[in-house]
Design a protein around this ligand. Sequence first.
Ligand SMILES: CC(=O)N[C@H](C=O)[C@@H](O)[C@H](O)[C@H](O)COP(=O)(O)O
Length: 475
Amino acid sequence: MTLDDLLTLLHGCPLVASVQASEGSPVDDPETLLKLARASTLAGVRLLRLQGARNIRAIRRGTGVPVIGLIKRTYPDSDVYITPTIWEVDEVIDEGAEVVALDATARHRSGDALLGDLIAHAHSREALVLADIDTVENAVAAVAAGADMVSTTLGGYTSERAATTGADLELLRQTIAAVTVPVFAEGRYAHRWEIDAALRIGAAGVIVGGALNDPVKQTRALMPVRFEGDKVGAVDIGGTWLRFGTFTSDWKLIEVERTPNPPKREERLQWIRDRIQASGVHRVGVSTGGIVDPRTGLVWKAKEYLMADHVGIVFSEETLGIPTFAIGDGHATAWGHANLPRFAGRRVATLAIGTGLGAGFVQEGKIWAGRRGEYPRVNDLPAPGGKTYEELLGGIHITKEPTQEAEARAILALESALKAVSDLYFPDDIVIAGSVGLSPWLAPHLHRLGAIPSPFDHDAGLYGAAAVALFPPPL
Ligand SMILES: CC(=O)N[C@H](C=O)[C@@H](O)[C@H](O)[C@H](O)COP(=O)(O)O
């Protein structure tokens, strides 16, 4: 088969089925895998990626479909396991595969084999070579070594690059820009939009394994995560109060302590550490003003007049001593609401109107957030008249017992903020939390304005923080 033949085939159907079983899986026998492969070809797939000599033989014969073959084998002196040496290259070709897939990372190969030699050997036997790469640099090197095509198979599986949660579309984009040979998208592709995006970016084909053919991976992907401990800690850091709650594993509040938010961030951390110690919890969720990078727990942005000395504080296992899940207070409160039976599975927006104004939006079990934890900045949007919603609604700007005029202004501002949230996010529900949001002068208007008072009452931030620890949101 020539490269042109292969590209013609992909033009007909760019979806390539990788039919491989997880280690120890009961479907790991050639007959069963053949049936899975047939299911894919029945639906239109015209190229298969297969692992192992027996599987390649049985499935190639049984389907008559061209094959990208590989042998996974480990050697004691190397981490390379996809067709690592010339022996496996020969095995793949002996079984009739048209294309040999092999590891093209910069890692040392067993027996000091060189990538160029393996490729030359496959070519001498008239097979095409697909280089499984982990980085753009290694894609370029593989093409220089003679590879006919590359695939992003190993992106996120070596120390060179962190694994993305889903498909690594940036690795694909950069690889396509860097090489002239056809590039396959591969590795953690599981959704139609990822496949469409890969093709828009310019992939010659998209190789999908687990999402199509591996019931072990599929089961793991759908398995709910359960918290095994007996209780968790929840920290709620607002502009005024710092609170610590202890919750049961079924999200019931056991007890709560609070202190005026100390002016220095080290004092804040120390107070939390002391509460963690005293309560004996082994996991904690943190809801805080400011913007938190959810991967590191670093607060990288916060308004000084609302949260003094807060930028630079880190909420992590390192600083608090136990596994820690920290997100911004708008997000945390929204996550709390979204996990209540009443709202679960709905599109829920939350406005937390306390000292400042926080916002969060949850859709399909995911928090709507920027890559570094940014939240919907309803607070800084100008309301009609020019002042921001935070200036009109945030407790720091209005006194405890506002004049009737200030109240009227705030109610109008809330009405307009709710309209903005509806127009931008199309939520099924908008829930209001926070000391101002639930105050005796504002709360009576919520129903008329189409908003729902938080079922958590004044503890929404704390319940949100506990929800983050008990049911960690996907990032
Ligand atoms: C990293 C590695 O060893 N990848 C292997 C390569 O053949 C297979 O285990 C994967 O199933 C294949 O790449 C498809 O990827 P996914 O199953 O994520 O769609």
